[in-house]
Design a protein around this ligand. Structure first.
Ligand code: KG4
Ligand code: ZN
Length: 338
């Protein structure tokens, strides 16, 4: 039997993306991000939805062309059903439905969070795929959770944030520093030349494996307000140190609970996923734990960390193999548990 060729479509937030997967190998992974949100300091749902409508056809075309395949070679169409912004999800969902109908191929719905995690099974995501059961710290702009992954589609959230997500903390604190949206990657870059021990911020004390990031955001805000009153140039003069200190605190908060979960559950297969897994400090902290605690760590390639359709195509492929198809009555859903 020839290998399946599947088109994946992602439109849950502000990236319109399409990818082609053959077997577990990505042939193309195209994304159009939406610069329009930068000036608003966050994603504006109505604008995101409109931009998806403009981007989706050219992005899918590019993905098909780059993969060097023809439309008739496509065995199935996978799409992100949720969670995400409803208006954004609707664009990908409607497009995927019409395309599957016109090509006469199965339609496959994908959970965006499962996709972030299962991106680890893409051929070139890691040197080696994680072994079940593994723990996956899933950290993005909308989610922060520790997931116990027993099998591809047998996942349990054992801890999560009770307020802001880690990416949201990076973005909101970056905004306090006057940085553009999304501030996460900029904080990461600036942190490289800063002293991470220059400033200390409050850390949450929460039970179990749960997280909270609203406290550190408030603590940074009050600290900055106080310092700027004394010296209006405080932020500019200390930007790299501020970024390095904030990044260190967020990573310490994240890693503490993963270490606890790994110890309690006696699991040493540990992965990270989602937009914040692109963070160089978090990647370094994982490396250190691999050496210190003997973890086998899984850090995805950059292009599979932030929102992308390759991960959607990967999940669609796994579902295709099981014959798990959606029918045309399937609808987008803003909330969608894994
Ligand atoms: O997974 P993702 O692309 O979208 C969501 O599903 O939310 O994650 C986006 C988030 C943003 O908050 C962004 O600031 C953060 O990931 N992010 C980073 C880095 N790259 C992206 N945060 C810290 N350091 C980075 N290098
Ligand atoms: Zn995401």
């Amino acid at each position: 039997m020839s290998e399946s060729i599947i088109l994946g479509i992602e439109s849950s937030c502000d990236d319109t993306s399409a990818a082609i997967i053959k077997g577990n190998k990505i042939l193309s992974n195209i994304a159009a991000s939406q610069a329009i949100h930068n000036e608003y300091g966050g994603v504006v749902p109505e604008l995101a939805s409109r931009a998806h409508q403009q981007n989706i056809i050219p992005v899918v075309h590019k993905a098909v062309n780059k993969a060097n395949i023809q439309q008739k070679d496509i065995s199935a169409v996978g799409f992100t059903r949720g969670p995400g912004l409803l208006g954004s999800l609707l664009v990908g969902t409607s497009f995927a439905k019409s395309l599957s109908m016109s090509l006469g191929v199965p339609l496959i719905e994908v959970n965006h969070l499962q996709a972030h995690i299962l991106a680890h099974f893409i051929d070139d995501a890691n040197e080696k795929s994680p072994e079940f059961p593994f723990l996956c710290l899933t950290v993005s702009g909308g989610h922060t959770m520790i997931v116990l992954v027993r099998d591809y589609f047998d996942m349990e959230i054992i801890g999560k944030t009770i307020d802001d997500a880690a990416g949201e903390a990076f973005d909101k604190i970056g905004k306090i520093f006057g940085l553009d949206y999304p501030a996460g990657p900029i904080v990461d870059q600036l942190a490289k030349t800063g002293n991470a021990d220059a400033f200390k911020f409050n850390k949450p004390r929460l039970e179990n494996y749960n997280y909270s990031f609203s406290g550190i955001k408030t603590s940074v805000l009050y600290f900055i307000q106080k310092e700027v009153k004394k010296n209006p140039e405080f932020i500019t003069e200390n930007l790299a140190d501020l970024c390095a200190s904030v990044q260190k605190s967020i990573i310490e908060i994240l890693m503490l609970k993963v270490e606890k979960a790994a110890k309690d559950l006696n699991i040493n297969e540990v992965a990270i996923a989602g937009g914040v897994s692109a963070n160089s400090g978090l990647r370094e902290a994982m490396q250190q734990n691999a050496e210190k605690l003997g973890w086998n760590i899984y850090i995805p390639k950059f292009e599979y960390t932030t929102d992308n359709a390759a991960m959607i195509a990967m999940v669609a492929k796994l579902k295709f193999d099981k014959g798990e198809f959606a029918d045309l009555s399937v609808s987008a859903t803003a909330r969608y548990d894994i």
